[in-house]
Design a protein around this ligand. Structure first.
Ligand code: NAD
Length: 483
């Protein structure tokens, strides 16, 4: 199956922080892949802008190395790479000072899309927006892309929104949550709203509960300083898990258009119940043979920051009242796996007499092995009478779609192309982010006021036992975390 690649308009993309980790690992290799796929016009140009002093030739070398290092083995052709780096320029710049700005202005061409990717610390977002304005770069053709974290609480998120809104209209601001760029997340919407099968059952009458799991095997690694001030709630739940919850729970938008989708997501956040502290479990991983404990990793023997959180969330609206959403995310867990699972209710009556309970389960796997599986009940083959078993109807994209799906575009690739196309559907709107913080803040504040200490859990396990007990109290179990 051959997918159609439609080239995007000619653009000048400026990557502030173009020498940083994110630019080298994700943004530039992603742009290279879009270039190879024929989605970038030959006239497109990419301008790295960062603090380091170097010229464009040195930058091209740095980017070529990064693309080779962070692309799949054997996927980078020398000829393609040479052509790609010809599109690159570099401007040393100071986000807080005057140096480099006139040089940047001289690179920007009239009549093409201007995109500015803020791949720098959020403390520089306001300075960059202000300087773009001072130097006449905030015209109708310009848009900015901002990275997470978007604030650390409601107050700081509001301040960031205000700083950006001083120079840019909301329609020009693209707040990245790379989970929304994942192929399966968009497929979740296609499955829900493109089929007659699911939507009629998508409510508390038929859905017993929903689980959202984002499990990582890695620890905090070298990000200890940052992570310890943040924790799983700020780093993962407030943005990624919340966004997934919104897409699962939202009402069908009237059309697949940015504001229609984001209006519905916002309504979900506003319908979230205030959290009961008994419905949250926080955890911290212990040391193991292959790594230090959380506290050792962050260098604070008394740290109370959580590396794991599990919670039971209620959505108080007509569709979902009574159906719990169980969310969990953590580091140093047994397997790396992100999955959303919709567990349907049992049959009201079984004509087959006493058999084990059979629930239909729809699993949406985000990583690894993106795909969707629907568990259905069938008869066990053979002459042994009418015995029922559950089997998966599996839609693994790689299998179903052939070569195209072996390497679906990385989330960053898709999202950057959406920025150039001017499509904000998969980006968070300012009011959404603020609403998410407004819900998260009291939870974190409660922990701080109560001096809540996270439960310890074994590295390489499923997380704290208390999280298992939380579901057991509801006579439910977590789905197995498997790679
Ligand atoms: P980094 O520290 O590796 O790079 C920072 C970049 O900013 C460098 O290019 C540096 O030259 C530039 N910079 C710093 N001060 C500057 C100034 N005054 N003027 C101009 N340029 C300046 O950081 P990173 O890991 O690439 O992260 C960048 C942003 O992306 C951060 O907001 C981070 O939270 C976010 N983010 C990073 C990742 C990741 O995987 N690295 C993932 C998600 C979000």
């Amino acid at each position: 199956m051959v997918s159609r690649v439609i080239p995007v308009d000619v653009f000048d993309l400026v990557i502030f922080g173009g020498t940083g980790d994110l630019a080298r690992r994700k943004i530039l290799p992603g742009l290279f892949r879009r270039f190879c796929a024929g989605q970038m016009q030959p006239e497109a140009q990419i301008i790295g802008a960062a603090r380091a002093e170097m010229d464009s030739a040195e930058y091209r070398e740095m980017v070529a190395d990064a693309v080779r290092e962070f692309s799949a083995e054997g996927s980078v052709g020398d000829e393609d790479l040479a052509q790609f780096v010809e599109r690159l320029h570099y401007v040393p710049i100071d986000a807080r000072g005057e140096s480099g700005w006139s040089d940047l202005v001289s690179h920007m061409r009239p009549g093409v899309v201007h995109a500015f990717y803020f791949s720098v610390a959020p403390s520089l977002f306001g300075d960059l927006a202000e300087r773009l304005n001072i130097h006449g770069l905030t015209n109708d053709a310009s848009r900015i892309v901002v990275e997470k974290p978007f604030g650390r609480d409601l107050e700081s998120a509001r301040a960031l929104n205000r700083d950006l809104a001083a120079y840019f209209d909301e329609s020009q601001i693209y707040r990245i949550d790379h989970y929304l760029g994942k192929e399966t997340v968009q497929n979740l919407m296609a499955v829900r709203f493109g089929n007659m099968l699911f939507e009629p059952l998508w409510n508390s009458q038929y859905v017993d509960h929903i689980q959202i799991t984002v499990a990582e095997t890695v620890g905090v690694g070298g990000r200890g300083d940052y992570y310890d001030k943040s924790g799983a709630m700020r780093d993962m739940v407030q943005n990624h898990l919340m966004q997934l919850l919104c897409l699962i729970a939202m009402e069908p938008p009237s059309k697949f258009d940015p504001d229609a989708v984001r209006d519905e997501k916002l309504k979900v956040i506003r319908a979230l119940d205030k959290m009961d502290p008994h419905h949250i479990v926080r955890g911290q991983y212990e040391a193991s043979d292959d790594g230090p404990s959380y506290r050792e990793a962050v260098g604070d023997p008394r740290s109370r920051t959580e590396s794991y959180v599990a919670m039971k969330v209620g959505v108080s609206n007509w569709r979902w009242a009574g159906t719990p959403f169980y969310l969990r995310t953590g580091k140093r867990l047994k397997a790396r796996s992100s999955e959303i699972t919709v567990v349907f209710k049992e049959l009201n009556h079984s004509i087959f007499g006493e058999q084990e309970d059979h629930h239909n389960v729809l699993s949406i796997r985000l990583q690894p092995n993106e795909g969707i599986t629907l568990g259905v009940t069938i008869k066990e083959p053979g002459p042994g009478g009418m015995r029922l078993i559950d089997v998966p109807l599996d839609m693994s994209f790689a299998q179903a779609l052939g070569d195209d799906a072996d390497a679906p575009p990385d989330a960053y690739e898709r999202l950057i192309m959406d920025v150039i196309r001017g499509n904000q559907t998969l980006f968070m709107r300012g009011d959404e982010v603020e609403a998410a913080w407004a819900w998260t803040d009291p939870i974190i504040k409660g922990w701080e006021e109560r001096g809540d200490v996270p439960k310890l859990y074994e590295s390489g396990s499923d997380g704290p036992v208390d999280a298992v007990q939380m579901l057991a109290r509801d006579t439910r179990v977590w789905r197995k975390v498997s790679p």
